[in-house]
Design a protein around this ligand. Structure first.
Ligand SMILES: Cc1ncc(COP(=O)(O)O)c(C=O)c1O
Length: 406
């Protein structure tokens, strides 16, 4: 068997379809984000502005976070040195979990190496804990939820995205059985909101557990950054809340918040939690500081929303096809992988603007897009530069200016 031939065939398929992923090598500079240095393949460097990061609030460079991390590093050293069970549970992990439980008004929280692992480990373990559990999942749920559900091997049903009639139809067919309904609060590629209240209402009629992924909402929505469920006063209606510490909180790691019993059971049964080295204490300390800080920094959240509104208004003013569901995410529809990559390349090379093209399988074919994530640290000059560059390139590529979704 020629193994390399197999890899070549797979990679050539991606090249042919125009969706081979190229990683852009960037170096963030503390205090200067969203400015960063782009190291080109030839070794030369160029200053760029990052427009596609998920450090949504710039917390990755916030002094409060950095100070907590410096202190923990000096106090404890680098890694935790163990799994949570074997010497890897520290005061930093316990503090972080207490901070997260408080954020979501739950009895407990459990920290994982990422929100991907938190979703995968929890959703693959719950059917082990609840015999006969059927999982009903939104069609657009993140890969980590899909993977956890798939690996559990349990019966699953997919409801059309945010479609309440479809959800009800499926739940009616499952009446009397143990059910978990899994969905997200902000779907990150379109930036639309899950219909949390309505989904909870229907799930409650059938006695189902409710599992929400708030990865693109924690830190950013709600009076204390508890997410959209907090904003809409619905946190107590959700049984399991999943979040990340790597996006708006600017650090790394993921978690679930739920009842003490549920967290204890997942802690005790989920291989993805048990058999993996715990977060470095320095990371746990930074994340806890970020969560704590954002519970009080309402102004930063407001600035974030304002920044997103301004960018959307400016791009709409040019007639660009932006997808606007009222969240902080600003996707511009291109609809073709080759054009999408070309615009992204030109933005980077000619304008020092970095936005990664989003292609299949992250989004369906034909809906390729540029996904902008304005933050409170993008200033008005940066917005001006971006809007001007998009205008020029849209013209250059003779792309459609009709609006896709308003
Ligand atoms: C909806 C959703 N859930 C979970 C994750 C995983 O989060 P993490 O980066 O912490 O693994 C992502 C990552 O992009 C996501 O978009």
């Amino acid at each position: 068997m020629d193994y390399n031939q197999a890899f070549d065939t797979a990679l050539n398929r991606l090249h042919t379809e125009g969706r081979y992923r190229t990683f852009i090598d960037i170096e963030r500079r503390k205090g200067a984000y969203p400015k960063a240095l782009w190291r080109k393949p030839d070794g030369s460097e160029k200053e760029i502005v990052v427009w596609c990061g998920n450090d949504y609030l710039g917390m990755g460079q916030h002094p409060v976070v950095l100070q907590a991390m410096h202190e923990a590093l000096d106090a404890t050293g680098a890694g935790s040195g163990g799994t949570r069970n074997i010497s890897g549970t520290t005061v930093y992990h316990k503090r972080l979990e207490a901070e997260l439980a408080d954020l979501h008004g739950k009895e407990a929280a459990l920290v994982f190496s990422s929100a991907y692992i938190a979703n995968d480990a929890t959703l693959s373990t719950l059917p082990v804990l609840i015999p006969g559990l059927v999982i009903v999942s939104d069609k657009l749920n993140h890969a980590s939820m899909i993977e956890g559900i798939r690996r559990s091997g349990t019966e699953k049903h997919i409801f059309k995205h945010n479609d309440l009639d479809d959800l009800r139809r499926i739940l009616t067919g499952l009446k009397g059985r143990p059910i978990l309904v899994a969905f997200e609060s902000v779907y990150s590629m379109d930036g639309d909101f899950g219909r949390i209240k309505e989904i909870c209402d229907i799930a409650d009629e059938f006695g189902a557990l409710k599992y929400i992924d708030e990865v693109h909402a924690v830190g950013m929505y709600g009076p204390r950054g508890g997410g959209v469920a907090e904003r809409d006063n619905l946190m107590d209606r959700i049984d399991i809340i999943n979040g990340t510490l790597g996006k708006a909180y600017g650090v790394f790691g993921g978690y679930i918040a739920a009842s003490a019993k549920l967290c204890d059971a997942v802690r005790s049964y989920a291989p993805g939690f048990i058999f993996s080295t715990s977060l470095p204490p320095v990371v746990a300390a930074g994340a806890a500081a970020s969560v704590r800080h954002l519970k009080g920094d309402v102004e930063l959240r407001e600035k974030h929303q304002t920044s997103a509104k301004i960018l959307k208004m400016r791009l709409k003013g040019l007639g660009l096809p932006i997808i606007d569901h009222g969240s902080h995410i600003v996707p511009v529809h291109v609809g073709d992988p080759v054009h999408c990559k070309m615009i992204s390349d030109m933005l980077l090379e000619h304008f020092g603007i970095y936005v990664q093209p989003i292609n299949f399988p992250t989004v369906p074919r034909g809906t390729e897009r540029l996904r902008f994530t304005p933050s409170p640290v993008h200033d008005s000059a940066m917005i001006d530069d971006l809007v001007k560059a998009m205008d020029v390139l849209w013209q250059h590529c003779a792309l459609n200016r009709a609006e896709v979704v308003a």
